[in-house]
Design a protein around this ligand. Sequence first.
Ligand code: ADP
Ligand code: ZN
Ligand code: MG
Length: 483
Amino acid sequence: MNYEPVIGLEIHVEMLTESKMFCSCPVVDLTSAPPNSAVCPVCAGHPGTLPVPNVKAIEYGYMVAAALSCELATTSIFSRKNYFYPDLPKGYQITQYDHPIGQHGKITLFTSQGERHIRIRRVHLEEDTGKLTHAGSGKESHSLVDLNRSGVPLLEIVTEPDFHSAEEVRVYAEYLRALVRYLGVNSGDLEKGVMRIEPNISVRPVGDPKLGTKVEIKNLNSFRILEKGVDFEIQRHIQLLENGQPVLQETVGWDDTKQATYSQRSKEDAHDYRYFPEPDLPPITVDEAWLQELSAGLPESPWKKAERFMATYKLQTQEAWQLVSDLASANFFEAVLACSPFLPVRTVFSWVTGEMVALLGAQEKWFGDSPVSAQSLANLLDLVAKGDINQNTAKSILVEMAQSGKPAEQIVKDKNLVQVSDTVLITTFVRDAVVENPEEVASYRAGKTTVINFLFGQAMKKASGKANPQLMRAELERQLNNG
Ligand code: ADP
Ligand code: ZN
Ligand code: MG
């Protein structure tokens, strides 16, 4: 029997506002701020306190919903979702239930299997809970509560069950991360827990119109684990069905040491949250004109940019995403081409994603604070294109440019690095290399043609690395074959 995986995603994204959703406490980095250092009576859930909505968080939420082509609501309503847990001091979470800010969105993914259209079911605002840390063991076991995260603005984005592979799920999550970074509403630092992914997975016989029983994996914060977890569940479900056993509806977690999921809670202990409208908050209304202005003011989305890069620069999907997943690198790439429009796109692509990434990585910098500007890189690549210097020389000049801040032309002049294209000189360098290495020459002529690379290296050494490599290789082949 053939099976079809069906997956829907719930993603929680913290909104990187200055203050929390309903109080004026700052939103702090959980990994560095001392526990419970950003807490007030509101986010600690003291009785008698009143929530005051954060306009910026609402605006950020609408930006994401608009970028996902959602229908935007001019009126949205906050509700109480009631349940008890030690990380939720109020005993309820303020969230949006039947009137979210956005619904019925869509997004197109480019995967290795082609285009995929995913429907967004809803986008709604809520507040985050506190964070529990479980410590000790046996009699010493205890839990620590940090309320710094309590009340941090959170956006939940829920899709329809439109995914059919772990890859599609991963690509979607990557698109979303790129989006929230472009919009400046989230740092995208998954490892800090600012974006948490919950895939719902089921499997059904191909052709069956009915959905299978779903299992939800909770709180994943890495793309690698997301892909592995989804694949694991797909395989587990198929095994069960093959053995004639039912899939149980449950919530599971991922155990990275065992590389497997484990059961957290079954459908039987599912909550009834008793949602009702939050009596301390009025419906949130925004006007149509404001929504239109907000939509019109959105930056080009990462996927639109990827599409444009593929069409304009003839890049493959993978290559386009290598650039656009990070706005600064996409901008840098285009800036180099704007400075020097006649440079071959492939050259610029490989320098930006290769040499530049290596250079910046080594200095723990990025394109936004690059020591070599787009203009400087364009000038350097112009010298290569003109034949003034060869690629290898250019690579060492790039490093020097980053250190000294000097322009490429200056370094070429100062160090006398101009490429040797003089055929008489090249012929001499090659002849010397051939004469000095009779054994290698003999083995080349006996059929071991890879020896040519060694001889090429010897000849290039004589030219202090500055020879035009194409001319030198041609001359070497000529001498070896005719000699
Ligand atoms: P719940 O009420 O348990 O949260 P929902 O119906 O609200 O379930 O859906 C939550 C997420 O699970 C959505 O992304 C939805 O697309 C997805 N989903 C629902 N049913 C299935 C299913 N049978 N298989 C896979 N995904 C599903
Ligand atoms: Zn507070
Ligand atoms: Mg759910």
